[in-house]
Design a binder for this molecule. Sequence first.
Ligand code: AMP
Ligand code: MN
Ligand code: MN
Ligand code: MN
Length: 279
Amino acid sequence: MLNVDLHCHSHFSDGVFAPAELAVRAHSKNVDVWALTDHDEIGGIPEARKAATDIGLKFIAGVEISITWANKTVHIVGLNIDENCAELRQGLASVKSGRSNRGQEIAAELAKVGIAGAYEGAVKYADHPASLSRTHFARYIVELGLHDNVGDVFRHYLAEGKPGFVPHRWGTLANAVKWIHAAGGRAVVAHPGRYDFTQLALDAMLDEFCSLGGEGIEVVTGSHTPDQYQEFAKVAQHYGLLASRGSDFHGPDESNYDLGSLPPLPAGLKTIWHDWHVD
Ligand code: AMP
Ligand code: MN
Ligand code: MN
Ligand code: MN
């Protein structure tokens, strides 16, 4: 069975490794088909593709687009995209354009609870202010010694409802799917078990996603429990969506699952890669 990992992050967004380092790591972890999916960012794709090709690893160009749906943040992964597509590039630029300002607002909120200099502290961990993420703030707060891991920092400071959380309007579901399709890719709902939606809201989101022509859903991801693998396998079948698998690896100290280390997809699902000629 192929070891397919279609979700991870490099330092072009909030991962800790360079794209080429991820390619080598994926290969060493026995990944057969690998995608880089940085948040709202495709700058790492050429480096990732070259490194993967050099070592004989099948590479899929990807991206993870941040959207706002019913006032909540949802992530839509685009797979097998042409990263040179102008419509996709312009769309991602528009989504990303708010990150730096939002970072200033997060820093202002953190200052109110006694964490000074967080913008400068977070930017040290980011390649560009344009890709500034809550993860970079979390690393800075770990550096300050307030908590010893990024997950705890999210729970205390950065998750919705916590003092450093700033609501933000990302792109729309319709635009994310449209840009991914313009770039020749397939749209995949990322880690559906992680959203704090009611069943009704999740169904409404998936209905809209399907009516927009969205193709896939992550079933086995680093964000799901084994029970959720089964739950979302049924959801994939119910909606006729193609199933995807991805670790969502960010770095060895921050991610539950390393590249290629998740269990396989449950049996009986049509995979997002079924017609990619990867085997
Ligand atoms: P942002 O796009 O800046 O809002 O940051 C979202 C990123 O924060 C996600 O892609 C994860 O990498 C990270 N993140 C979100 N929630 C958590 C959490 N509870 N624990 C650890 N990392 C998280
Ligand atoms: Mn992330
Ligand atoms: Mn995500
Ligand atoms: Mn991700």
